[in-house]
Design a protein around this ligand. Structure first.
Ligand code: ADP
Length: 262
């Protein structure tokens, strides 16, 4: 679901286990075709060379950011996809403004850039944990909109995704990390602290979705309890964005008709 700019968002009333009435089989069949088309459009984006695509992924812990990246780009040339993971800032990053570390990871011409977490952490975790005072984080929505407008004006197609799981689904996924020895490494006791602040995070996400969904950089809320439905929706949005971008293969530099390869 696209967040129309300027509208109110109530996450509590959006079902995280929505499947759009699709069966898993149908969704997976449609997804397969879209993942292939995304690969072709990625090639066209590269050949065209005038635009770039930025995908921003945000979610609560266990929300499925990594799995989404893995699945959605399974048919896309890895050379054209640049993934940036934003973790707790280093002391050098903290000594600068919060967009300083972000800008260098924005995609170049022809590339697809994926932000696995992003500058939005600076109005999410930073706000929820009170890492900077409200008078600082509350001004950031305007900075972020201006920053994204700059990127869009300079040729970046931006699509932002909030993967929406509910608290019960997070419990199941955390439990699986405890129970399955091959997933133990993913269990991080710190995730439980964030889980205790679930309602604060939802309030912070709602503000993000309401204040920073713009025509040039819209947010999409993706019901994500079911991974197969999540993958389909994300792929649909990306494919549509690239289909609408007016991309074309460049004309060859010379007339190729008379050329004979000996
Ligand atoms: P992930 O959960 O994305 O797979 P990690 O487990 O390493 O990766 O978590 C990264 C952590 O970094 C998260 O807890 C996130 O909230 C935190 N983080 C990211 N950006 C910031 C930021 N700007 N300020 C504080 N913490 C941040």
């Amino acid at each position: 679901m696209k967040v129309e700019p300027g509208t109110r968002v109530s996450l509590a009333s959006i079902a995280a286990d929505d499947t759009g009435g699709l069966t898993r089989e149908d969704a997976e069949r449609r997804f397969k075709a879209l993942a292939k088309e995304l690969g072709e459009l990625g090639r066209l984006l590269w050949a065209d060379g005038s635009r770039k695509l930025l995908m921003v992924l945000q979610a609560m812990d266990t929300g499925g950011k990594d799995g989404t990246i893995r699945k959605v780009f399974r048919r896309t040339n890895p050379q054209g996809v640049k993934i940036a993971n934003f973790k707790v800032p280093t002391s050098e990053e903290l000594a600068h403004d919060y967009l300083w570390r972000i800008h260098e990871h924005t995609p170049g011409s022809g590339e697809i850039g994926v932000f696995n977490r992003s500058h939005y952490e600076d109005v999410l975790v930073v706000r929820v944990l009170g890492l900077v005072p409200e008078e600082r984080w509350s001004r950031r929505y305007d900075h972020i909109n201006a920053f994204e407008r700059l990127l869009a004006d300079e040729g970046t197609i931006i699509r932002k995704f909030y993967l929406h799981i509910d608290k019960d689904e997070q419990k199941r996924r955390l439990q699986a990390r405890l129970d399955d020895p091959t997933k133990n490494w993913k269990f991080n006791a710190g995730d439980l602290d964030h889980r205790k602040l679930w309602d604060d995070y939802m309030a912070a996400y709602q503000d993000v979705l309401e204040k920073t969904s713009t025509d040039q950089a819209p947010w999409h809320i993706i019901p994500a309890n079911h991974k197969w439905y999540r993958n389909l929706l994300v792929a649909e949005v990306l494919v549509e964005a690239l289909r609408d971008a007016g991309l074309s293969y460049p004309e060859p530099e010379e007339d190729l008709d008379g050329i004979v390869i000996e």
